[in-house]
Design a protein around this ligand. Structure first.
Ligand code: AMP
Ligand code: FES
Ligand code: ZN
Ligand code: ZN
Length: 314
């Protein structure tokens, strides 16, 4: 397989784009494609300060890398969950810190503006008193499995740090495979409320809520993995040992089989959904939910009194 641009040896073939590229041209293409996604969905502008949620995995580190290369002012946020199994949390933090140490040198930005960036680390146990597995055990939420507590805590902390730091947007590394799996899950159960809200940009509709963006939502997982590999970004390969969603993994497998039969299936499943929604062809009016500030932390919540996060720590 030859690179379409220069005829050199291709490292990746993207059938849905009918495009095979060599290492150098792939890195260029990937950065440009991300910038186009940012513009297409009006995620943020060149002067905006961004907060990137980095887990130590390939997607979020690749995202931070790309944003820095594009010349954005992007700080990182790592949330230390306290998952001790095989030193998972410590090891993922190591990858993030190593990325930070090397990123200055490895990141001559494409844009002329040099960027300074910092990493915020929030240690859940150090800050709130219990790690995620401890919190899950004590509260029994999610039947002792940490994933649901973990999701709730991560959302709260990301929003808090983005608010306190005055960031214009919070960026996560969700890729096309993630988004398509969630879409399939929501569609199978016709969860119209979730479908109405599933989007590359979640606007800050309330004071106290941050804008959330997913600049990799049009990129396949294999494409973000290839970027990290070619770019030499070292990341944690293991999934969280609590392997959050067996269902999500199952839906990803189903979609992979579909993709194998008809290349581009995930891409059109997700992007045609967004297109139809935008044109108003899906009658999914977002439910009007009334939010008020939590009595303790002030973040918007549907619950009267304390938000779900603050109730966890009572
Ligand atoms: P996941 O829910 O694990 O698939 O992660 C989705 C996105 O959430 C990642 O791409 C990151 O942007 C972010 N994220 C996940 N875990 C963490 C963490 N411990 N600290 C900061 N961001 C995270
Ligand atoms: Fe949160 Fe696994 S329980 S990442
Ligand atoms: Zn080439
Ligand atoms: Zn609260």
């Amino acid at each position: 397989m030859k690179c379409k641009k220069c005829g050199g040896v291709a490292v990746i073939n993207m059938r849905h784009h009918r495009l095979a590229l060599c290492a150098d041209h792939y890195l260029d293409w990937f950065v440009t494609y991300t910038q186009r996604t940012i513009e297409k969905f009006r995620m943020f502008g060149s002067g905006d300060r961004l907060l990137v949620a980095v887990s130590g995995g390939k997607d979020s580190l690749a995202l931070w890398d790309v944003l820095l290369r594009l010349g954005y002012q992007a700080d990182g946020l790592y949330i230390k969950l306290g998952i001790e199994h095989q030193g998972y949390s410590d090891r993922s933090l190591d990858y993030v810190q190593r990325f930070l140490e090397t990123s200055e040198a490895a990141n001559p930005p494409r844009a002329p503006r040099p960027t300074q960036h910092v990493l915020h680390v929030v240690d859940i146990k150090g800050t709130y008193g219990e790690s995620i597995p401890e919190l899950a055990r004590r509260t029994g939420r999610g039947r002792g499995k940490p994933c649901s507590v973990c999701g709730l805590v991560k959302r709260h902390v990301m929003n808090r740090v983005a608010q306190e730091g005055g960031y214009a947007a919070l960026a996560t590394g969700h890729n096309l495979d993630d988004e398509a799996a969630v879409l399939l899950q929501n569609t199978l159960r016709w969860q119209t409320g979730y479908l109405a809200r599933q989007a590359p940009v979640l606007e800050a509709t309330q004071p106290g809520l941050s804008r959330k963006v997913k600049p990799f939502c049009r990129l396949y997982e294999r494409e973000t993995a290839a970027y990290a590999l070619v770019r030499g970004i070292d990341y944690i390969y293991d999934e969280c040992p609590h392997a959050s969603g067996a269902t999500t993994i199952f839906h990803k497998e189903l979609l992979n089989r579909l993709e194998g039969r008809s290349p581009g299936a995930k891409h059109s499943f997700y992007l045609d959904f967004l297109r139809a929604k935008k044109k108003g062809q899906l009658l999914l009016p977002a439910e009007e939910v009334e939010l008020h500030p939590c009595e303790k932390c002030g973040q918007p919540t549907t619950a009267p009194g304390l938000c779900a996060f603050c109730r966890l720590w009572q």
